[in-house]
Unconditional design. Structure first.
Length: 251
């Protein structure tokens, strides 16, 4: 029983992931052909599946080059604008990969039809541009309410879940997070760890959900301390999330 997740840096700041379980390999998102082909060749692996989180080019452009024979999965809601799907999934679908259960979670907001792939027994969630390390994706297509609902679903997963997100934006996200909670000691400590990792070119992903809950301002919009520091003591959680997201957009 072997299980391994390999993080593959692609393009400027994208991450793709190879999920390798008992001789089977799935790719989560396909940002760039060459580094993914190399990561597979270096290990002697070939793709059995490709799991697409959302339609943006920086997550899908290499599907055509890499798919030969692989089962391609994505959201039914996005089927019209994704590479051709072999399996089109709806929210809360589950499927089996190498004897393991994978759940599909609709996390619309960044785009409508963005999905995450969650492997409960392996404590792994592939969240791409929904929940990110110290941040979340910009709300391009959905509403702030929808993004808040999506983040709330992810926040409710077991706190030891590892969050495999789509980009190396953590340092910049951290600079923004410090403007929302400058006195949060766990955030300060995390920013030091992030700076040290980036200084040596290490990835800051995956991150554990527990540390996101303690430091990610987008998951902390419901806290009374955050509301009062934004002068929004009586606002509902989604309104506070929207305010934080707007501030980040112009940060
Ligand atoms: Zn995106
Ligand atoms: Fe992206």
């Amino acid at each position: 029983m072997s299980f391994e997740i390999v993080t593959v840096p692609c393009r400027e700041d994208n991450y793709a992931y190879l999920v390798h379980a008992d001789g089977k390999t799935a790719l989560v998102d396909a940002p760039e052909t060459a580094p993914l082909k190399k990561a597979l060749a270096d290990r002697g692996w070939s793709l059995d599946e490709i799991w697409i989180t959302h339609h943006h080019d920086d997550h899908t452009i290499a599907v055509a080059d890499l798919r030969s024979g692989a089962v391609v999965r994505g959201a039914k809601a996005d089927e019209y604008r994704l590479p051709e799907l072999d399996v089109a999934h709806e929210d809360e679908d589950t499927f089996e990969f190498a004897g393991r259960e994978v759940s599909v979670v609709d996390v619309s907001g960044h785009t409508v039809g963005h999905i995450a792939f969650y492997m409960a027994a392996e404590k792994a969630a592939f969240t791409a541009d929904s929940l990110m390390a110290l941040g979340c994706g910009r709300v391009f297509e959905g509403t702030f309410d929808q993004m808040w609902a999506s983040l709330s679903k992810l926040a409710a997963l077991p706190s030891e879940t590892m969050i495999y997100s789509g980009h190396e934006y953590t340092a910049a996200n951290g600079r923004f997070a410090a403007t929302i909670e400058p006195e949060n000691p766990e955030l300060k400590a995390r920013l030091e760890r992030v700076a040290a990792a980036r200084a040596t070119g290490q990835a800051t992903v995956p991150s554990q959900l527990s540390e996101e809950l303690a430091t990610n301002p987008f998951l902390r919009a419901g806290l009374a301390s955050v509301k009062s520091s934004l002068n929004m003591p009586d606002a509902n959680d989604a309104e506070v999330f929207a305010e934080i997201r707007r501030r980040k957009d112009s940060f």
